[in-house]
Design a protein around this ligand. Structure first.
Ligand code: FES
Length: 145
């Protein structure tokens, strides 16, 4: 049911971990399955993503998509990272079963949430980036999320 690439990134996920004093972090969750994904970005003065790490508490497809998403954004500018959509991640993994598409959406949302955090902290605007709806990093459970 899973492609070789999905199995590879699930079994040997790249860029697992966290970055201290990250330029931006984003945490998102899917209310239905309860899975949570956090992305850390280290961005240099030229707005290039120098390093990226992730932590995912979720299903195998969520682990594989976060792994692939981190690989795709590494070395890119923040603007280029906007092109790493869930579709791009799925294509890079040679596809996901339809019931697992929402897992790849989590990866896109987590990257956007981390980019948003970076943009806010550094006072810049990333074209096309919208405020994340599901960034749960700074919210308590009883808040709107
Ligand atoms: Fe929810 Fe995969 S089942 S992220």
């Amino acid at each position: 049911m899973y492609t070789e690439k999905v199995m590879d990134h699930f079994q040997n996920p790249r860029n697992v971990g966290e970055i201290e004093n990250a330029s931006g972090t984003g945490t998102v969750g899917n209310a239905k399955c309860g899975d949570i994904m956090r992305i850390y970005l280290d961005i240099d003065d030229n707005q290039v993503i120098r390093d990226v790490k992730f932590k995912t508490f979720g299903c195998g497809a969520a682990v594989a998509t976060s792994s692939m998403a981190t690989e795709l954004v590494k070395g890119k500018t923040v603007q280029e990272a906007m092109e790493v959509t869930n579709k791009a991640v799925m294509e890079a993994l040679d596809g996901l079963p339809p019931v697992k598409v929402h897992c790849s959406l989590l990866a896109e949302e987590a990257i956007h949430a981390a980019l948003w955090d970076y943009a806010e902290k550094s006072g810049i605007v990333i074209e096309g980036l919208e405020k994340p709806k599901t960034d749960i990093s700074e919210h308590d459970e009883d808040e709107e999320y």
